[in-house]
Design a protein. Sequence first.
Lengths: 476, 120
Amino acid sequence: MGLFANLQASLNALNAFQQSLTVAQNNVSNASTPGYAAQLATLNALPFQPQTGLTGGVQAGAPQSTRDEYLEQAVRYQQSTLGSFTAQSQALSGIEPLFDVTGQSGIVAALNNMFQSFSAWSASPDSAAAQQNVLSSAQDLGMSFQQAAATLSSVTSNVNNNIDSTVSQINTLATQVVNYNLQQSQQGGTANSGLDANLHNTLETLSGLAGITARFESDGSVTLLLGGQTPLVIGSHQYSIQSSYSGSANPVNPNAPPAAHIVDANGQDVTANVVGGTLGGLLTVRNTVLPSLQGDSQQDGALNQIAKQVADRVNQILATGLDSNENPGTPLFTYDASSGADTAQTLAINPNITPDTLAALDPGPPQVANGIALTLSNLGNSTAAADTIGGKSILDFLSAQTQIIGQQSADATSGQTVAQQSVTQAQAMRTQVSGVSLDAEAINVMELQRGYQAVSKMINVIDGLTDTLINMVTTP
Amino acid sequence: MTLKERCQAGEAKLEQVSTALLDPRPEILDRCEADLREVITLLAGEPADSSAPPAISNRPVASDKSDLLRFRRRVRLLALQVQNALNLCQGWVQLGLSQGYTDQGRPAMPPSEPLASYEV
């Protein structure tokens, strides 16, 4: 083998070795890079045929990624679960105070106060103070329902904004995946640790926003599906999703907030395919929890049911009584009856009612001076069919709603905690396999360093010995 | 065994070492160290059996000079390869342990002996 061949082999060798250490250096530099998976250097033997000029030696092959797609999927799944619970927990935290389980505030307190004022009025049916107290507490109850309805409307608006924003983020991240596919295509599908890290970081972020399926194609590109069915990215094509808000055909409550929908690039409703992630959590709150309280095009909602039942029954009972002037009772409450979903937000005290028009007297027979007031004071716990909502007394129904909201909120919060732990665990497992252990790598390299130092000393000895021999020739 | 033959055998060993060093594992480096000891033994002309008398052709003659120079060139190429590996290891450790950097984030190399320059 000639000098040139020797030099070539050495050059190959140096390059290959340098690349091996470059891979290690790259691993260390990217130890904190989101989505980065450690790379392994590979060395390929070169053919050794001196007669044909093949100098042998080795050359560096393409670095191999230690990424484990199974663990990546595990992390993405947990991120999706975490995103859903976090979104639900945040949205429900704005609703829960409306149904205060302690009964110290909100509708529960206002309703209890009103029934107590009825009770006090029944004890002193001619007392102007008791009558005024009834009107004040009724006014407070109306305002309480209006505030609750306004709060729910505000939460709905916030959730809508978050849905729009999340959809926008999903489309932006899908664009990044398209760019990755384009770059992969330009590089002929060759692995690139930087692109790979960016992609997996993007996929992890996307998973937090919505349940996605990432399929790695043979050409190196990634196909992205929403909920495993709706295409977001195929090769270099992006299929953007959109949010829309529309009620059902033939609505019972035309003024109720329309449901939120996610539509694909063809305008098809794919809301059912959105499972998990922030978007999934927001849609659950927006299309299930909020309508159950404030109503939608097809249902009145629990808040409106309670407001309507209280207002209607109080007005009906008062109408059967007589006031101090023996006139028929005046309705205590008014509300917009045109839509069942508007009751709570329009519930108010009748502007024409005055303390002396409150009808406490039950004309009977037998006539009872405080009969109506007494009946009203017991209305909250009455299980008479006319007084109940869904077979429950008004206060029991309200209590059940409070428990439902409290349970949903608690479930979301505990789910968020568990999901956060699961994400951390899945990420730790992934790090075990594809992360970079600085300690392990440092120990390895320091061992190598010691080995090379020993070899270097040996070479110095050989070099010195060779010099001596050469000197012996020149100075016989 | 003539000095020329010993130089050729030594070169072959150096070639093996150069290739083996590309697989950076401690056990490989240990093997390289053993191979280099053999090269020293070869060059010194010491027989494998230490009780035997040294080879007659131990002393180099003028015609051996070109072989020796070629051999020395190969030794120094290997020295460069190892030095390069050592430098990379040192940089890697610095980077990995985040030590040896100035406040401006530039590597602060530890003071060391000036490296010998090699004629290759």
